[in-house]
Write a protein that binds this ligand. Structure first.
Ligand code: GLU
Length: 468
């Protein structure tokens, strides 16, 4: 990583205009992992300078998305808005050192200039006539402050992901640092804040690559060290197109509501653009040990929801049970479902080994545990299932007394049910179907023997008698 500074400081700098986008979550994750891997700091800065689009609700939602993922930050989040006095102070410094100048051109003049340049086929980059005008000739009119971009300079950055990137002079205008309404621009604020926060590494989407070139000019004008940049390719949809709503959920909140486990999402996001050999499934702790900039891919990553589900499934089945319980509680709360009671939790604990094979998400888990959540007498709402039960009443009434006498073990139950179905000359599935409905009220459930063993003899028989 070249001349790596002693302490790595990274940051996540979201604009609070909506929920935590999956691409932004990945940016936060990469910055967080790099800092954690090197024992550095990961800072959070809310870029709330756009008064019209920034909302406190969005800030709250972004923080809660990060919290859900388990991405923690050092210190308090900074609000960029609160730092405007400092930004203005730097503008004054740049004016005083002749690195910036006041520009009195109006919007209309700039627009006119652009149009006539277009017509004559010249560069449309605005060259302010005020760049070299002496102070004593300044009018008493509103002005913006522009950076005096050095002429004849080849601008270059060595990006950790994109490699060397160059801009020629005619691609760079004298950017505005302070607008005529007195507000600092994003370009200036980012540089000042990153410098003041001691940020050493900036990982962000490659839509910011050209900003990096401009920002470097500001660093140079201030004689500040330029941080290490790593611009990561944006996430695309499976069809290779820019990610949009039609590719699926775009914010982290939705994945929480769909029943993903944070470790699964973290693992999948890591693999979206970064690799560690052939490792596909790994924990967040492993990612914290392994993450590096060298293995960030150059090509755009593609969001593959099937793969994401697969990765999630692995994490659901590998997670320590305590973790499952904690996240499942959170999931139920997120979707507005009642929490499990202590006795239901006990049943879930006893079932999780067979349930985990069947589920990819907590939403699957919720569906599978209806037999745990229902209370007697079970009300069956589906008419078809009601008919199925009445058609099988005799079968169930013949079976129940036999169950009364069996030793309640998996093997004994299996033998009894198999013998019973063959004595009735029906397939096991035909016997299982009404039992499954009686035990859960539904037709999609775990296996009947699994449910019976977890519910116990008394409860199983009580549910069967309810329908006799
Ligand atoms: N606030 C910017 C954004 O949300 C990020 C700026 C940066 O990372 O430098 O796109």
């Amino acid at each position: 990583m070249g001349n790596t500074p002693t302490e790595i400081v990274t940051r996540f700098a979201p604009s609070p205009t909506g929920d935590l986008h999956i691409g932004s979550a990945r940016t936060a994750l990469f910055n967080w992992l790099l800092a954690r891997r090197h024992g550095g700091k990961f800072l959070l800065r809310i870029e709330d300078t756009d008064f019209e689009r920034s909302t406190p609700e969005a800030t709250k939602s972004i923080l809660s998305g990060l919290n859900w993922l388990g991405i923690d930050w050092d210190g308090e989040p900074t609000s960029q808005r609160s730092l405007q006095a400092r930004h203005k102070q730097i503008v004054t410094q740049l004016l005083n050192t002749n690195k910036a100048y006041k520009c009195f051109s109006t919007k209309e003049e700039i627009q006119k200039n652009r149009e006539s340049a277009k017509e004559s086929g010249d560069s449309t980059l605005f060259k302010s006539p005020w760049r070299n005008v002496d102070k004593d000739q300044h009018p008493n009119k509103p002005y913006s402050v522009r950076l005096k971009t050095p002429e004849h300079q080849i601008l270059k950055i060595n990006d950790e992901v994109q490699g060397e990137v160059n801009w020629s002079n005619n691609q760079i205008d004298d950017m505005i640092l302070l607008r005529s309404d007195g507000t600092p621009t994003y370009m200036l604020a980012v540089v000042v804040d990153d410098h003041d926060m001691g940020v050493t590494h900036i990982i962000r989407g490659d839509d910011h690559l050209s900003n990096a070139g401009r920002q470097k000019l500001i660093y140079q004008a201030l004689d500040w060290p330029v941080p290490i940049f790593a611009h990561i390719p944006l996430i695309h949809g499976e069809d290779g197109k820019k990610l949009s709503k039609r590719h699926g959920a775009l914010d982290i909140k939705s994945y929480a509501e769909m029943g993903y486990i944070p470790e699964g999402v973290i693992n999948y996001l890591c693999r979206l653009g970064w690799s560690h050999g052939d490792d596909e499934i790994f924990s967040t702790s492993q990612a914290k040990l392994w993450f590096n900039l060298e293995n960030i891919g150059k090509g755009p990553a593609r969001l593959d929801l099937k793969k994401m589900e697969f990765v999630n499934k692995q994490h659901m089945s590998k997670a320590p049970y305590k973790m499952i319980e904690k996240y499942f509680d959170q999931y139920l709360q997120n979707i507005g479902e009642d929490a499990l009671s202590t006795s239901q939790k006990l049943l879930l604990n006893n079932s999780f080994d067979f349930l985990k094979i069947k589920i990819k998400t907590f939403s699957d888990l919720l569906e599978q545990i209806t037999f745990i959540k229902v209370n007697r007498p079970i009300i069956i709402s589906d008419e078809k299932l009601v008919t199925l039960i009445s058609n099988n009443k005799k079968l169930l009434n013949d079976l129940t007394p036999l169950l009364q006498n069996v030793k309640w073990t998996r093997d004994e139950l299996e033998t009894l049910l198999l013998d019973f179905s063959s004595s009735y000359n029906i397939k096991f599935g035909e016997l299982a179907r009404p039992i499954r409905i009686v035990l859960s009220g539904k037709s999609h459930t775990p296996s009947i023997i699994d449910m019976m063993t977890v519910l116990g003899k008394e409860e199983t028989l009580a549910r069967l008698y309810d329908f006799s």
